[in-house]
Design a protein around this ligand. Structure first.
Ligand SMILES: NC(=O)c1ccc[n+]([C@@H]2O[C@H](COP(=O)([O-])OP(=O)(O)OC[C@H]3O[C@@H](n4cnc5c(N)ncnc54)[C@H](OP(=O)(O)O)[C@@H]3O)[C@@H](O)[C@H]2O)c1
Length: 331
């Protein structure tokens, strides 16, 4: 399958590395890369990992027309207020009969239901596993393994940057030290205030509610407060009392009412939402048939985000990872 990448930053480059590593088993070819400031590159025979970028295509449509790909991979910067321009990028790809995979939670948080219907109408696939918890199964878990189960609510520590900042302050560093560390790990949004003020978590909360609870909501409808007011003194005092802080996303349906919120919650250090280390993420689902269960991802890096995109591409190509597994040492 030929791929047109829109955005070639941390995730795009990690995806290119992963595709190269797995190219024998999964022969995807990147035929186009389009960026904001670094220009555009197209080669129908396939681009190398570090392609020579040429002048920027004049529009996303012009790029997709020349890239000659079957799937567009949308990996541009998150805009939690509107989901744009990613939403328009996705619609341009649908209009050209292309499948779309994205790691960008903005479109899922703002207009998932409309995009799903448009993809169905265009007869193409639309996948977004990495929008929440990178490649750890969250959306695909529900798509493939939970027949008949309804989600009644969820609670998750879903923002790695806030966790790195809090743990840095617990070790005696400053807020800015923690943010710099998260940037070095490549896990921070281009605008780090989205992580700190809770907008990244609000977008994930809205995306989860839209996909799993048919909420048709937006990040603005999520009651959100971030970690911006925490200080090293606060968190160290809490630590002495056996407590810590986590930025927690919660969704809960009560009758016809759906409440969605993001808060810096004080938790016992042994609380299951608090006790995963480093950049780890955890989500717990409350359900009607399966009680409470969840997914944990220990110290995910950008490679795991790339894996989520990869797993979506493999699925859209009609090959499940396990049916195409080949020999176990298949790198
Ligand atoms: N990093 C992670 O661990 C992670 C995890 C889960 C989800 N995500 C999501 O994945 C997406 C990409 O993240 P990232 O870390 O790779 O971001 P990044 O390093 O900031 O890269 C963003 C890329 O998008 C390009 N871009 C921005 N606006 C564009 C536009 N209007 N048209 C074309 N290209 C545009 C940028 O172009 P220039 O290179 O020219 O600036 C850059 O190549 C984000 O939506 C993020 O929320 C990231």
């Amino acid at each position: 399958m030929k791929l047109a990448l829109i955005g070639y930053g941390n995730v795009g480059r990690a995806l290119a590395r992963l595709l190269r590593r797995k190219r024998r088993q999964f022969p995807f070819t990147i035929t186009g890369i389009h960026t904001l400031r670094h220009g555009t590159a197209v080669d129908p025979r396939g681009l190398p990992e570090n392609p020579q970028m040429g002048p920027r295509a004049e529009s996303i449509g012009a790029f997709l027309d020349v890239a000659g790909a079957q799937a567009a991979v949308e990996l541009t910067t998150l805009n939690p207020s509107t989901g744009e321009p990613a939403i328009s990028h996705i619609r341009s790809a649908f209009a050209r009969g292309m499948h779309v995979v994205t790691a960008n939670k903005g479109p899922i948080a703002h207009c998932y239901a409309a995009l799903r219907e448009e993809a169905e109408h265009a007869g193409v696939g639309f996948r977004f596993e990495s929008a929440v918890m990178d490649g750890a199964p969250v959306f695909n878990l529900w798509r493939h393994t939970m027949p008949g189960v309804n989600v009644l609510g969820f609670a998750g520590a879903l923002n790695s940057t806030s966790k790195v900042v809090i743990e840095t302050m617990e070790r005696g560093g400053s807020f800015e030290d923690g943010l710099a560390q998260a940037r070095r790990l490549g896990i921070t949004e281009a605008d780090g205030t989205y992580d700190i003020e809770g907008w990244d978590s609000a977008a994930k909360t809205a995306a989860l509610a839209n996909v799993l609870m048919d909420a048709r909501t937006t990040p603005q409808a999520v009651s959100t407060r971030g970690i911006g007011r925490l200080t090293p003194e606060n968190v160290q005092e809490l630590m002495r009392k056996g407590k810590t802080v986590r930025l927690i996303s919660r969704g809960k349906r009560t009758g016809s009412r759906l409440s969605l919120r993001v808060r810096a919650e004080v938790l016992d250090r042994a609380d299951i939402l608090a006790c995963t280390p480093g950049t780890s993420n955890i989500i717990l689902f409350d359900t009607d048939l399966m009680g409470t269960f969840g997914t944990v991802s220990l110290d995910p890096q950008v490679e795991q985000t790339a894996y989520g995109v990869f797993s979506d591409l493999v699925e859209l190509e009609g090959r499940t990872p396990w049916s195409a597994a080949g020999p176990p040492a298949g790198d």
